[in-house]
Design a protein around this ligand. Structure first.
Ligand code: ATP
Ligand code: MG
Length: 324
């Protein structure tokens, strides 16, 4: 079947038609991310650089709140690309992810055609199964050309979708094309930049992973987490930032049901700054633990004596580090 016309046409867009080039090295990738306030470890910048260079999807797996989704947002913003996001959920199907026909508009068009005396069935069918009545969902939108270069396609939290959906994604990720029986094959002129994230609530099939470059996004070390807080919550006093990050790093080592992610550290930095804190205070820590921990069992484990002990430990470690 013929390829539909729009796949080779530029879409109307008022952004300047200038493509920002992809980073030319790992250092440039780090700088690109940093310029958008994302503090990445070198291994992430390396795999991202390679994924852009080789045109392969990037598969990011990791705990909640460690900056997986943010990578796609930052990439789109700093490369001047459109961000197309597909949020996955149980029961996600082709109609919600790729396309569906606008049945109401089709019905109306058929009635109007008949009222106007059109009785040629083939012609009516040809008309109502045209692009005009096609509702494009994120995966199809990502195959369309766009000013400024191919978009960033974020397939977020793929572990929430059913396995059947993964199988379907394989066609799109290997050939960047979609087959619509009534229209034909729609193929991207230039493949989108694809970022897939998973919280690993279940394993993703090898066949899908094999098409991607994989990176596990772990919790940052203290130095990087301080840099993240400085970039994202610069209003927090420097001493408070160092203490609260050390505290968060310490509670991640405790036996908790759900350890805090970077998102929680940033929230806590903002919360403590709002409360005019300049250093960690045992009572304030216990009263604000709900910003960091979201399970009552975890809060009661840390609140009170344990929190005080951790604050002492953090202060001791920081003193020792300062003396070195
Ligand atoms: N390395 C980083 N540099 C700057 N900001 C970061 C970094 N990591 C995380 N953040 C910030 O932490 C917050 C959470 O990030 P994000 O939503 O990307 O996490 P996630 O891994 O997608 O979490 P979830 O699995 O819950 O969706 C965002 O506000 C993001 O800006
Ligand atoms: Mg996310």
């Amino acid at each position: 079947m013929n390829r539909p016309q729009w796949s080779s046409q530029r879409m109307p867009d008022d952004r300047p038609n200038q493509t920002i080039p992809n980073p030319a090295s790992i250092d440039e990738t780090l700088a690109l991310l940093r310029g958008a306030a994302y503090v990445a470890e070198r291994s992430l910048a390396t795999v991202l650089f390679l994924s852009l260079r080789l045109g392969r999807p990037l598969f990011l797996e990791g705990e909640a709140g460690v900056g997986k989704t943010e990578i796609a947002k930052v990439l789109a913003a700093s490369l001047g690309r459109r961000l197309i996001r597909l949020q996955c959920y149980e029961g996600l199907d082709v109609a919600a992810a790729v396309y569906e026909w606008n049945y109401a508009a089709q019905m109306m068009a058929i009635r109007l055609a008949e009222a106007a005396g059109e009785h040629d069935k083939d012609r009516i069918e040809h008309d109502v199964f045209s692009q005009r009545y096609l509702i494009k969902r994120p995966l199809l939108q990502a195959l369309e050309p766009a000013a400024g270069g191919p978009p960033v396609l974020l397939i977020d939290e793929i572990d929430r979708a059913d396995e059947a959906f993964e199988a379907f994604l394989l066609e799109i990720l290997s050939d960047f094309q979609v087959t619509i029986p009534e229209i034909g094959v729609i193929k991207a002129d230039e493949p989108p930049i694809v970022v897939i994230t998973s919280n690993r609530t279940r394993e993703i099939h090898d066949a899908l992973k094999r098409r991607c470059l994989y990176h596990w996004v772990g919790y940052p070390d203290a130095e990087r987490e301080i840099a993240i807080v400085r970039a994202k919550a610069p209003q927090a006093p420097a001493h408070l930032t160092a203490e609260l990050v050390a505290f968060v790093q310490a509670i991640r080592k405790q036996d908790l049901f759900k350890a805090p992610g970077v998102a929680e550290t940033l929230d806590w930095a903002s919360a403590l700054t709002e409360l005019d804190a300049v250093a960690l205070d045992p009572a304030m820590v216990s009263d604000t633990l709900g910003v960091l921990l979201k399970y009552q069992d975890d809060i009661s484990k840390i609140q009170g004596a344990k929190a005080n002990e951790l604050i002492e430990q953090v202060r001791g470690d920081m003193k020792q580090a300062a003396m070195k």
